[in-house]
Design a protein around this ligand. Structure first.
Ligand code: HDE
Length: 748
């Protein structure tokens, strides 16, 4: 019996009408608490005071047999207020009523000021040992296994906003290491908008909805955002990157992650190396196309959240390799002319290859969104021995900001005691009291030095695992509000990015700028953005200007001459198709043996088949193994699939919704040979360059959708096995890019 069902036992109470007697499935006996799900147990075993947490937590868990108040008083009824007589009035002395409603009134906490919308997962990180000579951190040692919690997020939107908006994505990882918590709080884009933390409120105010009407939600396509970034050109590289396909990832599972700043690694002998962190997804880096992203925002606003949870539940555990780019720790802190303290610059991977140092596997979904994903509190200053900071001015501001924001968001300074934030090592701090203190500290001397508590706790030197800041020399300097001269170059790397993209990616970038600026009202803002683009590339600027109907300005000077960095392009590689979703559309008249064979082949390849049919239930009841229908044509949209299989011609059933719809759309009802909803699926999949396979009359569906059956990536009428194998092969390249022709000349 589930705990929520227990509440309904109160219907047995005297005075309730006989008709309210329990239905057969309603439980009548209390039960013992259910054991926690194995893969979803609370992450920490030790409380802030070092006690067994499970023991401390148990009395407050809601798995017990009897419903109680917060004070543990057993309750016979939670469905009726205490009244004077059945018709009232309600009595103020009803403590349960007041406690229940007061608690409810305070259920919401302030959402994160940025990165409010997110999804999380538990996992494990396994070190390769390949970094051990340059970084003494225990979690990077060979075969060391460290529990982790990862939270992915969008940046601009509110907590309830849609997942597939155009935005940067957060990629924050909490490592519960044997030396304390290490947080790597990164993004899916390797550079940032600003070089100095003091500008953060400006960029966020510009990107958030306009303060007068509070629109638009979770969008950068509005005047204030473009006003700011066109005036503040250090944002250009980041802006271009999230206007590119990276701003609309196909899945959290298919994004790269970047620590952005340069960190300082400390080796076993105390030697230091500068480093940038990278996460490389095993599933490849893939994106949606813009029309798809917009459809998803309406059809399934939880698309990324659902995709992550479903994949983990299905056992398709997403994986990323952690890698580092390393640079000598010289006093200049530059690498081949690139300033390593400038977070608006990358070091191209061709100049400093990313060296893999460990593997992250996400293998368990949170048990409770609020307790874990919402309450998790990251901080770039949560470091372990072996990882130290540099003087990046953006990082310095973050070190202040994250602690400050948690205090207001999580209601006080004791958020590290929340289960999701607790280190998996004993905590011996001397912080005391404060809001929401859950530890019952013992002893009388929370200060150092002391003699009354035996001198405990003792300082931990390096030999005892203590964290020692690297003794870096601070050069003699003059106080000033200025940035180094190298920070003024805002065009070379954006131009390098443009030159590194394939024609289809350039086409997407042009379309994104044209869309976003097309949503702006102020011509002066659009013209200023065109001025910025003119200094990146003439072709880019002209194409966007043409779309906006404005003249393309001339560049302000000669364009920088920079080499491309092929690693910045997402297109052209091949990747495992495992974890991808293939829709199979069929009805009872289709080739159901073919559907069965296709399902098996897809499952055997580690992919997910989704059977779509005109109505729910099963297909093939007339003979053979029934096929469970997972989506009806009324509920499915092509955006859910990476590829599509059509197992028949999908005629509308007489008098069905599909038939009525089809008749409404054509002059002669006799011509309505294909269910229009199937044609819509096929047409969208075609337009979004997805591989399409089909047999048993599938060409009629494509014809009804107006798709040429001889187009690249359309595989029809071979044996089912061959069609499916062909579609899976195409999936390795993500999409059939030949169906997305780029304008002539964009090949660069
Ligand atoms: Fe953040 N950022 N940030 N940020 N950030 C927050 O902290 C901030 C920056 C990033 O899933 C906030 O707990 C400042 C860069 C992620 O919980 C806040 C500056 C990068 C997350 C904050 C930056 C990030 C945040 C809001 C400029 C990539 C979500 C809630 C100096 C390297 C973490 C919170 C999660 C969240 C401040 C810049 C990534 C307000 C002041 C650069 C992934 O403290």
């Amino acid at each position: 019996m589930a705990p929520d069902q227990q509440d309904r036992q109160t219907r047995d109470l005297p005075g309730r009408p006989a008709s309210a007697a329990p239905s057969p499935e309603e439980p009548t006996e209390p039960r013992e608490p259910l054991p926690p799900k194995e893969d979803q147990a609370a992450p920490a075993d030790v409380s802030a005071t070092g006690r067994d947490w499970h023991e401390a937590r148990h009395p407050r868990a809601q798995g017990g047999a009897h419903h109680t108040t917060a004070q543990g008083l057993r309750l016979p009824d939670t469905d009726h207020s205490l009244k004077a007589g059945v018709r009232g009035p309600v009595l103020l002395q009803d403590h349960h009523l007041r406690e229940k409603i007061t608690h409810f009134d305070h259920e919401r906490i302030p959402e994160r000021v940025v990165h409010a919308r997110g999804a999380g997962a538990h996992g494990v990180f396994t070190g390769y040992g390949t970094a051990s000579h340059i970084c003494r951190a225990a979690f990077l040692a060979k075969d060391a296994e460290t529990p982790v919690f990862v939270r992915f997020s969008t940046v601009v939107g509110s907590r309830g906003s849609a997942d597939t908006v155009r935005d940067t994505r957060g990629f924050a990882t909490k490592f519960y290491t044997s030396e304390g918590v290490f947080d790597l709080v990164g993004n899916n884009i390797p550079v940032f908008f600003i070089q100095d933390a003091v500008k953060f409120p400006d960029v966020v105010h510009a990107a958030k909805p306009h303060p007068d009407r509070e629109i638009p939600q979770a969008q950068s396509a509005h005047d204030t955002f473009w006003d700011f970034v066109s005036l503040h050109t250090e944002a250009t590289f980041h802006t271009m990157m999230f206007m590119s396909d990276r701003g609309i990832p196909r899945s959290f599972r298919m994004m790269e992650g970047f620590g952005v700043h340069t960190f300082r690694l400390v080796g076993p002998d105390g030697g230091t190396t500068l480093a940038k962190f990278h996460w490389k997804p095993r599933a490849g880096v893939h994106s949606l196309v813009w029309e798809e992203a917009q459809i998803i925002n309406g059809v399934d606003p939880d698309f990324h959240r659902r995709d992550l949870a479903d994949a983990i539940e299905a056992g398709a555990h997403p994986q990323w390799e952690l890698g580092v780019q390393t640079f000598p720790d010289t006093p200049e802190q530059t690498f081949q002319g690139i300033d390593l303290l400038d977070p608006t610059k990358i070091v191209p991977e061709e100049m400093a290859p990313v060296q893999p140092v460990g593997l992250l596997t996400l293998n368990a979904n949170p048990s409770n969104f609020f307790a874990e994903t919402e309450q998790v509190a990251f901080h770039p200053g949560h470091l372990v021995p072996g990882v130290d900071l540099t003087d990046d001015a953006l990082l310095a501001g973050r070190l202040f900001s994250y602690l400050d924001t948690q205090i207001s968001r999580l209601g006080g300074p004791n958020f590290a005691q929340l289960p999701i934030n607790r280190p998996h090592v004993p905590v011996n701090d001397m912080h005391r009291d404060g809001m929401h203190q859950t530890a019952v500290h013992e002893g009388v001397a929370p200060y150092r030095p002391n003699s009354l508590d035996g001198g405990c706790p003792f300082a931990a030197g390096a030999g005892a695992g203590g964290y020692l800041e690297t003794p870096v020399a601070v050069p003699a300097a003059t106080k000033q509000r200025r940035a180094p001269a190298s920070f003024l170059d805002h065009t070379s790397q954006p131009r390098m990015f443009w030159l590194s993209l394939s024609p289809v990616e350039r086409e997407h970038l042009i379309a994104a700028y044209t869309f976003e600026l097309g949503k702006c009202y102020e011509n002066a803002v659009k013209e200023r953005v065109l001025g910025v683009l003119a200094d990146i590339d003439g072709e880019l600027c002209e194409a966007v200007a043409e779309g906006l109907g404005l003249p393309a300005p001339a560049p302000s000077g000669p364009l920088p001459s920079v080499p491309a960095s092929p690693a910045l392009s997402q297109v052209g590689g091949t990747w495992p198709a495992a974890g991808r979703i293939i829709g199979i559309v069929a009805d009872d008249k289709g080739d159901l043996d073919g559907v069965r064979a296709a399902r098996e082949k897809i499952l055997a390849g580690g992919m997910v088949p989704l059977v779509v049919a005109p109505a729910g239930g099963t297909l093939g009841d007339g003979g053979g193994e029934p096929i469970v229908v997972q989506r009806t044509l009324a509920a499915a949209r092509s955006v859910e699939f990476d590829a599509l299989l059509l197992a028949g011609r999908l005629a509308p059933a007489p008098d069905s919704y599909g038939a009525r719809d089809a008749k409404a759309g054509v002059a002669d009802p006799a011509e309505s040979t294909v269910d229009p909803r199937a044609a819509l699926l096929a047409g969208e999949a075609f337009r979004h360059a997805k591989p399409i396979g089909g047999w048993s009359g599938a060409e009629e569906v494509l014809a009804a959708a107006g798709c040429p059956v001889s187009a690249p990536g359309v595989l029809l009428n071979g044996p089912v096995d061959t069609v499916v194998a062909g579609v899976v092969n195409l999936l390795a390249g993500h999409r059939v890019w030949e169906r997305f022709p780029a304008r002539a000349g964009l090949g660069g």
